[in-house]
Design a protein around this ligand. Structure first.
Ligand code: NAD
Length: 214
């Protein structure tokens, strides 16, 4: 299969969300025009993204909502549950553990880890907190696929290395630093502070915006 651009994968996730909304509203058929409008891309882009994976629609008749939704779930690897752990049970880790809806998306929280002995042994947001020394054993025992990395930035690379060595191949990195992982593993950064900074850039008035070269 051709190399799939990261932006295409992101848009497939958006199309799936739109299709899920359509299915919940009992809509049976849709079109690349409608998907494009909802996803704020062009219809050409929708057709191009889907064409990487085969033919799904019928010219003139559009797409069957349940069929395309099922196909996108299969393409995105969402037809099976994924086991998740949290690395770093501070403020953010605990808030994520408290979030009740991950399993609705088939992401199942199985364990959490922290280097602070005061947190180890506690049960927070429905999940046990283990010592980092137990990582290898617990990851193997609970088949952990994905970790939320919620340690301070200064500890993030080392924690990511430990996760990768234990066999965790997906990391959702909340620490504001770039981390590297071995081949075959994947990192997705989540940075809401970066989002705030982008907003600040757009919200400032024209007079406040620094001129190029000033
Ligand atoms: P916190 O200090 O409350 O919690 C960090 C936790 O990590 C602590 O419980 C600490 O004991 C644990 N820890 C430290 N080193 C560890 C290691 N090597 N292995 C395992 N556990 C370890 O911090 P917080 O406010 O929860 O923030 C956590 C991270 O998330 C920080 O990097 C912060 O900058 C980041 N953050 C990101 C976003 C975002 O949008 N991505 C938002 C807020 C915070």
């Amino acid at each position: 299969m051709a190399h799939i651009p990261t932006a295409t994968v992101s848009r497939l996730v958006t199309y799936l969300r739109i299709l899920t909304d359509l299915e919940e509203a009992d809509v049976k058929r849709t079109s690349s025009d409608l998907l494009a409008e909802e996803a704020q891309v062009s219809a050409f882009q929708v057709r191009k993204d889907l064409a990487y994976f085969g033919r799904f629609g019928t010219r003139g008749a559009g797409y069957s909502v349940p069929t395309l939704r099922r196909e996108l779930r299969r393409i995105l690897g969402l037809t099976r549950p994924w086991n998740v752990a949290i690395m770093g049970m501070g403020r953010l880790g605990q808030a994520l553990a408290d979030y009740p809806n991950f399993d609705q998306y088939d992401f199942i929280l199985k364990a959490s880890f922290d280097s602070d002995p005061a947190k180890v042994g506690r049960h927070i947001g429905g999940v046990d907190v283990y010592a980092v020394e137990e990582l290898d054993a617990r990851v193997a025992e609970r088949n952990i696929d994905i970790a939320f990395l919620t340690v301070p930035a200064s500890a993030a690379q080392e924690a990511a290395d430990r996760l990768a060595a234990a066999g965790v191949r997906g990391i959702l990195n909340f620490a504001p630093t770039v981390i590297t992982v071995p081949e075959g593993s994947f990192v997705e950064p989540v940075d809401f502070v970066a989002g705030l900074k982008r907003l600040a850039y757009y919200l400032q008035g024209p007079g406040e915006r620094a001129k190029v070269g000033s």
